[in-house]
Design a protein around this ligand. Structure first.
Ligand code: ADP
Ligand code: ADP
Length: 236
């Protein structure tokens, strides 16, 4: 089944059309890689999927983006409800300048969760899922910015997972990291596919071939080709 589906999505920044009608379905518990040259519209498209673009001036988006069958632009889903279902991880690790615990608890608190035990339990589980528990369990009150870049990115992954989203969007999540941190994060994402649906922008074809199940190639705002990673990369 598909958790999300984009249908004929067109996006204009002013008079410049950055997306020319993208249709793509995102199967549950799979990782879809969005690839293509710089400027082809990968980030723009990714940001449509949780309405991150909304506050840009003079933007015009048409078409449909369905989340569990409901159009996120035209149904009554509000942004808080949407962000509970669709989490996001950025290229630059961007923890907030406060403790590891408060970073990971952030989304839960916005969502109105008050139960302290539940918050503690979720923080621990999420840090474990992001494979950063061992390095943080004795320093949960330490400022997240005191950790290394790779560790900060894992804290951001834990922060995205804490709300238990259906879908996690990742915008080049490893391209600011060293090769070891990068491959460790790839392993973490692969291990989490049973629990989450991932949609990841990457400009790294090798990374896409290693971690993704489905690949979509964009060029100049158009979807040129999409299909299973197996067929695209691994067939003789
Ligand atoms: P990619 O992620 O593939 O590098 P982007 O989605 O960032 O591509 O950009 C696609 C195109 O849209 C580029 O031509 C870029 O300059 C343009 N663009 C991106 N964001 C904006 C914006 N806020 N306003 C105007 N043009 C934008
Ligand atoms: P990244 O490569 O990390 O996606 P970019 O350098 O493409 O970052 O874009 C950084 C920010 O600038 C994004 O929020 C994007 O929307 C915006 N942006 C990109 N291109 C343009 C543009 N031509 N005009 C205005 N804003 C842009």
């Amino acid at each position: 089944t598909n958790v999300m589906e984009a249908k004929n999505v067109k996006l204009k920044y002013g008079s410049f059309e950055a997306l020319h009608g993208i249709s793509l379905a995102f199967p549950a518990q799979k990782l879809t890689a969005l690839i293509g040259p710089s400027g082809c519209g990968k980030s723009t498209f990714l940001r449509c999927l949780n309405r991150m673009n909304d506050d840009i001036d003079d933007i015009n988006i048409t078409g449909e983006i369905l989340l569990e069958g409901k159009d996120i632009y035209h149904s009554h889903i509000d942004l808080v409800a949407l962000r509970k279902k669709v989490g996001m991880v950025f290229q630059q690790p961007t923890p907030f300048p406060f403790s590891v615990f408060d970073n990971v608890a952030y989304g839960l608190r916005i969502a109105g969760v008050k139960d302290k035990d539940l918050i503690e339990q979720r923080v621990e589980e999420s840090l474990k899922q992001a494979a950063i528990w061992n390095e943080t369990k004795d320093s949960l009150q330490r400022n997240a910015l005191a950790f290394s870049g790779g560790q900060q990115q894992r804290i951001c992954i834990a922060r995205a997972l804490a709300i238990r989203p259906e879908v996690v969007l990742l915008d080049e999540p490893t391209s600011a990291l060293d090769p070891i941190s990068s491959s460790e994060i790839e392993e973490t994402l692969m291990a989490l596919k049973q629990k989450y649906t991932f949609i990841m922008v990457t400009h790294n074809l090798q990374q896409a071939s290693r971690v993704s199940d489905q690949v979509a190639f964009l060029m100049n705002g158009e979807l040129i080709e999409s299909g299973s990673t197996q067929e695209m990369f691994l067939s003789p």
